[in-house]
Write a protein that binds this ligand. Structure first.
Ligand SMILES: C[S@@+](CC[C@H](N)C(=O)[O-])C[C@H]1O[C@@H](n2cnc3c(N)ncnc32)[C@H](O)[C@@H]1O
Length: 228
């Protein structure tokens, strides 16, 4: 991963809750966030004393490097968003300026926690489809805006391996969204579900309160038969 190809973009705890990835009534003890990047969900949950580890290839970079990249890319991102406004549902987030402010404040919260979190082993430079953790070390592993979204960049085999690896280390996996970057249902979705069901996992698609990318209002929940 080259830093000049990274476009930092991070969501907050409320958004992860609306996507159905986390609820404080779930009674989940240990979470693994896969591809959390510069999202503030990790820092917000840590402050609430929830046990969370996040992995992302971008965590190989320092706080100063990521902060510089956030600054370099924010104007380009806002220009692109203004051009593509029709691809999004402006309901909870009313307009592009509000969106940029939300993302920048999430990324600031992430950056404020990042150096300490790295030292404490909460932010780890690891990447799917291979993880270093022990079997069933977590109650929940999630992916927000990584798996399925980048279906053109990562093939079906990658998705199958990645989800299987997440299920090796966690009792339950949740993935949002199920659409790709063209706002179409990921071409890998049915192949991933079929593969998981053949391997004895239960898959359930659930409607979410969250819809920002048009049509992206479903989350995939996967559980091991033994944990159902
Ligand atoms: C669009 S961002 C989403 C960030 C965050 N999850 C959110 O929803 O705000 C996608 C993230 O996936 C990460 N990523 C890319 N390749 C990955 C891999 N092989 N394993 C885990 N994460 C990866 C990127 O570095 C980036 O941080």
């Amino acid at each position: 991963m080259q830093l000049e190809n990274v476009v930092p973009w991070g969501r907050n705890l409320q958004e992860y809750q609306e996507m159905g990835l986390y609820s404080d009534t779930d009674k989940i003890k240990k979470i693994l966030g896969c591809g959390d990047g510069p999202a503030s969900v990790h820092s917000e949950l840590t402050k609430l004393e929830v046990d969370i580890v996040s992995i992302d290839p971008v965590y190989r970079f320092s706080k100063a490097q990521i902060a510089k990249r956030v600054e370099e890319t924010s104007d380009v991102i806002s220009e692109q968003l203004r051009k593509n406004q029709n691809d999004f549902v402006w309901k909870n987030i009313p307009n592009v300026d509000a969106l940029i402010n939300l993302r920048l404040s999430a990324m600031k919260e992430f950056l404020d926690d990042y150096a300490l979190g790295k030292e404490e082993g909460r932010y780890q430079h690891q990447e799917l489809p291979e993880l270093s953790f022990k079997d069933q070390a977590f109650d929940l592993a999630w992916s927000s805006h990584f798996l399925f979204l980048y279906s053109e960049h990562f093939n079906l085999e990658f998705h199958q391996k990645a989800v299987l690896e997440m299920l090796r280390v966690a009792k339950e996996v949740r993935i949002f969204p199920l659409l790709d970057l063209n706002n179409q249902i990921s071409s890998h979705l049915s192949g991933v579900i079929e593969f998981l069901e053949q391997n004895g996992y239960g898959c359930k698609i659930e409607k979410t309160n969250y819809e920002f990318q048009k049509g992206a209002n479903e989350m995939l929940r996967i559980t091991n038969a033994a944990n159902r």
